[in-house]
Write a protein that binds this ligand. Structure first.
Ligand SMILES: Cc1cc2nc3c(=O)[nH]c(=O)nc-3n(C[C@H](O)[C@H](O)[C@H](O)COP(=O)(O)OP(=O)(O)OC[C@H]3O[C@@H](n4cnc5c(N)ncnc54)[C@H](O)[C@@H]3O)c2cc1C
Length: 398
């Protein structure tokens, strides 16, 4: 195709549907599933081929709290034998002042650590079972816009890399942080909040780590470091280092192992425990996690999940947000398609509802992040067990 735009490339094939959902993460699959269950003709495109060996199956080693499980129950998808790796029910915290606390999660709550590839695959397959035309190995290259700027389909490459035009009354973009519409329509906006660099090392074992416990270690002065340690499965321990990037020096994108080990060396007790570990998976890293999105409802187009903006994994609610935004978007999308009106005015209800629903969470997350900027304040919960219990209860229930 050389440097020609996809739109200029003659499509070998044209197809049509009610809704084209792009992206096979939790947001896209939940949207496709909900719309198919309501009888719409849905084409769902995912660029990955599940189970391909190049896929990053664990990503950052994610966990889902009870609130996310509730969303899955709503979709009748909470049976998790294929994708659940382990559960966590205690938080062990090593505070910046050196104190250690060990708290059981209130109300028998647990966090389920997951295999993301299997999780995504299960949701994607559930859509296919419900009648979604679900396709793997399909990459969307461009949104198709009519002369008035309304989105009326997508231009995609099929698994054989042949261009295909799919016309749709409505397109749902669930492509995550680099969603097609964010890039093509210039929707990304910067957020003023603490940015982090996250580097994850997977090792075979870490001395003293107990199963079902999530360890959280704080240390460092000007540049606060936080290490999250959890056993995902026997022989597989996730060690996630998050470093506050407010101080912009020493940001290493090309020297992650050095960066990781330099921070670990600054924490004597952790350094000892890491002395004989064996790395068992490739490094995972992400920097500058927070961003906003100017609009999430445009003519003929809705954005869901991470494509609506992201703050920080601090609340562990990214998958919850993906599933919840999908629920709101599919409700509005169904009614808009039934009324044959996908104007911005008609779809704006989704933007209002999702923005309002997420506002409180973002306030809470920003308040917690502020603590990271003041390590002396951060140690306060080390002395007040009821406060920690309340905080944990609120975080897990939300
Ligand atoms: C360090 C870190 C830790 C996290 N920890 C947690 C956690 O513990 N718990 C939690 O709930 N959340 C966590 N999250 C957040 C969570 O990963 C995301 O919020 C969630 O994956 C969003 O789902 P999504 O469906 O919106 O997007 P994604 O999961 O990113 O899915 C997007 C999909 O779109 C596909 N795609 C992209 N472009 C195209 C294209 N052009 N054509 C076709 N397909 C395309 C991709 O292949 C992908 O499958 C964490 C995030 C980070 C960065």
């Amino acid at each position: 195709m050389g440097s020609r735009r996809v739109a200029d490339t003659p499509s070998v094939q044209h197809e049509a549907c009610d809704v084209c959902v792009v992206g096979g993460g939790p947001a896209g699959s939940a949207t496709a599933l909900r719309l198919a269950r309501r009888g719409l003709h849905v084409i769902h495109l995912e660029r990955r081929v599940f189970d391909a060996c190049a896929n990053d199956t664990l990503r950052s080693g994610e966990g889902i709290p009870p609130s996310t499980m509730e969303q899955l129950k709503e979709l009748e998808l909470a049976g998790c034998s294929r994708w659940a790796l382990s559960t966590v029910d205690h938080l062990v915290t090593r505070w910046p002042n050196g104190r250690t606390t060990d708290d059981q999660f209130p109300n028998d709550a647990t966090i389920t650590m997951i295999d993301r590839e299997r999780f995504d695959q299960a949701l994607f397959a559930a859509g296919a079972q419900a009648g979604v035309d679900a396709r793997q190995g399909w990459q969307v290259r461009e949104l198709a816009l009519d002369p008035a700027g309304q989105c009326d389909g997508v231009l995609a490459l099929d698994p054989a890399r042949r261009p295909v035009t799919i016309r749709a009354r409505l397109v749902v973009d669930a492509c995550g942080r680099n969603a097609r519409s964010i890039i093509q329509l210039g929707l990304r906006k910067a957020l003023t909040c603490t940015q982090f660099l996250v580097v994850v090392l997977y090792v075979d074992a870490l001395p003293e780590l107990e199963p079902h416990r999530w360890e959280m270690h704080f240390w460092g002065g000007e540049q606060l470091a936080i290490m999250h340690v959890t056993e995902l499965a026997p022989g597989l321990v996730r060690c996630g280092l998050a470093v506050n990037l407010q101080t912009r020096h020493n940001t290493p994108t090309d020297r992650l192992p050095l960066f990781f080990w330099r921070h670990v060396q600054a924490n004597r007790s952790l350094a000892q425990r890491f002395e004989h570990v064996r790395q068992v998976r490739p490094w995972y890293a992400r920097a500058g996690l927070a961003y906003g999105v100017q609009r999430i409802a445009l003519p003929g187009l809705l954005l869901v999940g991470d494509a609506t903006g992201y703050l920080n994994p601090i609340l562990g609610d990214g998958i919850w947000a993906a599933l919840r935004s999908a629920a709101l978007a599919s409700d509005v999308a169904y009614r808009a398609c039934s009324a044959r009106d996908v104007s911005r005015a008609r779809l704006a209800e989704y933007e209002q509802r999702w923005t309002a629903e997420r506002r409180t969470r973002w306030h809470v997350a920003r308040a917690l992040l502020r603590g990271y900027e003041h390590p002396s304040l951060l140690a306060a919960p080390a002395y007040v067990a009821p406060f920690r219990k309340m905080l944990l209860g609120a975080l897990l229930r939300r």
